[in-house]
Write a protein that binds this ligand. Structure first.
Ligand code: PXL
Length: 276
């Protein structure tokens, strides 16, 4: 069985980051080791959330793993709380990385043209530096813009996405994948570039007209889980895009109208069936 380390916060209530990655990747048949960067009462879209920073625990925990000879098939980072945590993530890549360890980075920090409350432009530049160490990065368009000093556009064409990919590629990751890239009205999906082959890969599905928190984390978790299960790049991202869209559709049916996260619990059995 493959083993992933995921480094991100625990938002106790909120269906994002670790509380999405752990159940989804585990259900996909991949061992999921977690390294919580902070414990929050909720994610940061709630008012009055509490935060207990765990930066000082990251090195002692990983030193212990090192002494136990633990190895990872992939390291997947999501929401990191601070510049110091970005530095520590780099150290962890150096300690545990290598040819047999996929470094998968979701540079979680922004959406819809805006940075999340905890971050500023300097943080975005540090995240760009972290992305340079990755095999695969999966920013959304906003994150790609902040990392490459590009103007964010609501309306764009394929050339804009290709220009963003060219700039992302210069950051140094082997494969850059822009998420939430829409090539025609009513569609959305991924647009990727593999610098080792010079090839683009594109997957578009029907856009569901609703936005929920944590869908990026759902997408990234399924992508990295699927890659660990041996799916090709394109198949892994297509599975993740379809699963995310199906899960949003499922959430829209919920009469309780949850706003803070999607009902991935309802769609996981279908994902497992598709994989097996
Ligand atoms: O879903 C991304 C995410 C993860 N963790 C925390 C967040 C967010 C997005 O806002 O606030 C704490």
């Amino acid at each position: 069985m493959k083993r992933i380390l995921t480094i991100q916060d625990i938002s106790c209530l909120g269906k994002c980051s670790t509380t999405v990655a752990l159940p989804i990747i585990s259900a996909m048949g991949v061992e999921t080791v977690i390294l919580p960067t902070a414990v929050l009462s909720t994610h940061t879209m709630f008012k009055n959330f509490t935060v207990k920073d765990l930066t000082d625990q990251l090195i002692p925990i990983t030193d212990h793993w090192k002494s136990e000879g633990v190895k990872f098939d992939a390291i997947y980072t999501g929401y990191l709380g601070s510049a110091e945590e970005i530095d520590i993530a780099k150290r962890i890549f150096d300690e545990f990385g290598g040819d047999d360890t996929l470094i998968f980075i979701d540079p979680v920090m922004a959406d819809n043209g805006k940075l999340y409350p905890a971050f500023d432009e300097a943080y975005a530049k540090l995240n760009a530096g972290l992305c340079g160490k990755a095999d695969i990065i999966v920013p959304n368009i906003t994150e790609a813009c902040f990392m490459t000093d590009t103007e964010y556009k609501e309306e764009y064409d394929e050339d804009y996405i290709k220009e963003l990919l060219a700039k992302l590629n210069k950051l140094g990751a082997k494969i850059s994948v822009i998420t939430g890239a829409s090539l025609s009205s009513g569609k959305t999906g991924v647009y990727g570039y593999d610098s080792s082959t010079g090839e683009y890969f594109i997957y578009q599905n029907d856009r569901v007209d609703a936005t929920y928190h944590g869908t990026g984390d759902v997408f990234a978790s399924v992508s990295v889980g699927a890659l660990m299960r041996g799916l090709s790049l394109k198949d892994a991202f297509a599975l993740a895009a379809d699963y995310t869209a199906d899960t949003i559709r499922e959430t829209l049916k919920n009469p309780e109208k949850p706003w803070y996260g999607v009902d991935f619990e309802a769609t996981l059995p279908g994902l497992i069936k598709k994989l097996n």
